[in-house]
Design a protein around this ligand. Sequence first.
Ligand SMILES: [Zn+2]
Length: 163
Amino acid sequence: MERIWAPWRMSYISNTEHEDGCIFCLAWESSDDQEKLVLVRRQHSLIMLNRYPYTCGHLMVAPVRHTAEMNDLDDDQVLDLIKGVRQACDLLRKVAHPGGINIGMNLGKAAGAGVEEHLHIHVVPRWNGDTNFMTVTGSVRVIPEGLMESYARLAEVLRTDKP
Ligand SMILES: [Zn+2]
């Protein structure tokens, strides 16, 4: 199994216990999309950048409804969530031209969920050789562009060319 080595995620793991509230609910309720890294507000879901990404452009799609259970979502909410995943993929293809995209959910702490109380789907752009590169370079910073720069590029595409 290939693993992406992402040391900056350690700060995420060690910080989450001290944060108040749910990052998805806080993002939805916030009026500052840039500060919360929110890219798209849909009817029942939102698309945001992951502050602690596995790769550059790592997005998350979450239902507006705060729940850990997929069965709590009604059909409209499930459909909007999946459409959000599709929109996130379209956006990444336009901005980052990845060779592939990983889409996945971690349900429960044992499965690796960082935020287990609010469902979210990871949409992670991938490029050929990105894990090899990261394994070899070890401590070298993997993300070649800053988080806010990624946000600005994605937001610009959304402004000019609605996917
Ligand atoms: Zn929440």
